[in-house]
Design a protein around this ligand. Sequence first.
Ligand code: 5GP
Ligand code: MG
Length: 182
Amino acid sequence: MSARPYVIDEMISAKAIAARIEALCREIHDEFDGTDKLVVVGLLRGSFVFIADLVRELDLPIEVDFLEASSYGDGMESSREVRILKDLRGAIEGRDVLVVEDIVDTGHTLNHVTRLLASRNPARLKSIALLDKPSRREVDFKADWTGFEIPDEFVVGYGIDFAQRNRNLPFIGKVRFIDGPA
Ligand code: 5GP
Ligand code: MG
């Protein structure tokens, strides 16, 4: 829990997210059309809502797996050293893989994870992030598909937390601290 009182201002509506996912899935479908060996890999925990909506919009035979990398912890600052806290259950050698992330910020997380997965010799490796903050980049990384580019704001909702709260908001909002008593 944050000790400082804050409010959440809506930034991207649930409707806008759904429309963007439909458009993204048409492109993803074109890329993977004909494959019967696609594994969709969600990065825990922030991508769990996004991957749920994404796979239900994808008319392809898929498997789903999850990987957890170290992240912000309970704060608002990125850690540059990425550690794997929970690895995939399945092997991906020779498989088509789509990695699903909530936000690309400094780029360290997806850069590290895609390098690790590439070393396991998948047939094809692609990545998608719902949100991208290009102004924050520290390593040169670009996801193959991005939902929305956003400015350098701390966001929550649609799976994304602030100190583990607010993941269940149906929209993306930004945290605004308010001064004085709540
Ligand atoms: P990276 O800096 O490695 O690109 O991103 C690290 C992680 O920080 C991402 O997996 C993402 O979940 C998280 N992150 C980046 N920006 C935000 C944000 O605005 N809000 C929250 N809650 N997490 C973020
Ligand atoms: Mg994350």
